[in-house]
Design a protein around this ligand. Structure first.
Ligand SMILES: [Zn+2]
Length: 394
């Protein structure tokens, strides 16, 4: 679960210092390991570095000593994991790069491994309207808590994304709250024209604010490419791209939550296509002889940037859907999309020519016509039902 933080000016400075000190700790611990590795070809253990923390904190009470021992240990463990991966790859006979120092833009998260230890969720439960998280060295920071926290908070992280700060909670024992059965199943087709089409003929459009955001983002990215590296204008352009990226991502996420909620409330079983990158690429590229009418948002839809956002969006959407379905006791099934868009849902005739345009389906055998995405969604639903039946028979 992820919530926006609303720090005061002083807290903002403290948060930035907290992150920066953890970054420095990470880099110092890495430097230590590098030197030892270069000299002796042995690795320093996490336990050794963790034991040294006490001295570091005592020697630097106003600096490193301000923050939680546990979040610092967590940072050292993060480095330890990077080294484990490094040695694993060496073991596999590969030639991995040595773990790298983290620059300012590449270190954005501090984690407290246990609620109440250096960081406390809901630190002012008596407050009537606002949620707070208390961070050691920072204070009680206001949280924009837009939904309930389910389960028991286990770990707390603070993450910087552009100019914004977020708190991330991972929870244990999240209760399953099954929704009443609806007796309905649905197939969903993930597309480009409509973001999503159901086998019941419902279309979820690509919202205007998303394509507008993508357009701005394309322009900002082109602008960034024109600036020379290291210049102030390059930095400004990069900040603008990052901010726009964040904005598009947040809105897309919001929209994905809305659609997923709708589907989970309405259906007991939801069938979708298994995501295949090749398949997505094919569907997003315009046909050379196409009449040009099937691609929405015109220029924006054709850019690789838009496509990559769409593709990334599907992965994110399906994860949200699976999460929600799980906590509501619903079932989600993925099917192979090989023929779903070319097969007639009435007679089963499968041919590329059946798909007249991106939006129009007309069967060459039986003459059945339908919206192409609805036809595909119906095939997806059937494939899912067949898969389920086969699984229960086995
Ligand atoms: Zn047919």
């Amino acid at each position: 679960m992820k919530f926006l933080l609303r720090p005061t000016g002083a807290q903002l400075i403290a948060l930035a210092q907290c992150l920066e000190d953890h970054r420095e700790l990470y880099n110092a611990a890495l430097e230590h390991r590098r030197i030892v590795y270069a000299k002796t070809r042995t690795t320093v253990r996490y336990g050794d570095q963790s034991a040294e923390l006490k001295h570091i904190r005592a020697d630097d009470a106003q600096g490193q000593g301000r923050w939680s021992f546990s979040s610092q240990q967590s940072t050292l463990r993060r480095l330890d994991r990077a080294f484990r991966r490094f040695f694993e790859r060496i073991h596999q006979g590969r030639a991995p790069g040595f773990p790298r120092f983290k620059s300012r833009g590449r270190f954005n998260t501090v984690e407290w491994p246990k609620d109440g230890d250096g960081c406390r969720w809901n630190s002012r439960p008596e407050h009537p309207t606002t949620a707070f998280v208390r961070i050691q060295g920072v204070g009680h920071v206001k949280v924009h808590q837009h939904r309930d926290v389910l389960g028991i908070v286990k770990t707390i992280s603070v993450k910087r994304e552009g100019a914004r700060w977020y708190v991330l909670l991972s929870c244990d024992d999240v209760p399953v709250e099954p929704l009443p059965a609806t007796g309905s199943a649905v197939g969903i087709d993930l597309g480009v024209c409509s973001l999503l089409t159901t086998s019941d003929g419902e279309h979820f459009a690509n919202p205007r604010f998303l394509s507008a955001g993508v357009k701005l983002l394309s322009a900002a990215t082109r602008d960034l490419a024109r600036r020379s590296r290291g210049s102030k204008r390059h930095r400004d352009a990069a900040a603008r791209v990052a901010a726009l990226h964040g904005k598009v991502r947040r809105r897309r996420l919001d929209y994905a939550h809305k659609i997923a909620n709708r589907l989970v409330r309405s259906y007991d079983l939801i069938v979708h296509e298994a995501l295949q990158i090749v398949n997505m690429t094919k569907r997003a590229s315009p046909k050379p002889d196409g009449n040009g009418s099937y691609l929405p948002n015109h220029a924006a839809a054709k850019t690789g940037l838009n496509k990559s956002i769409l593709d990334a969006g599907w992965g994110v959407f399906l994860r949200i859907l699976v999460d929600k379905a799980e906590s509501a006791g619903r079932e989600v099934v993925a099917v192979n999309p090989a023929t779903t868009s070319r097969m007639c849902n009435r007679c089963g005739h499968t041919a590329k020519e059946n798909r007249v345009t991106q939006a129009e389906f007309a069967c060459g055998a039986c003459g059945h016509t339908a919206h192409a995405d609805v036809n595909a969604a119906i095939n997806i639903l059937r494939a899912g039902l067949a898969l389920r039946e086969a699984a229960s028979a086995a």
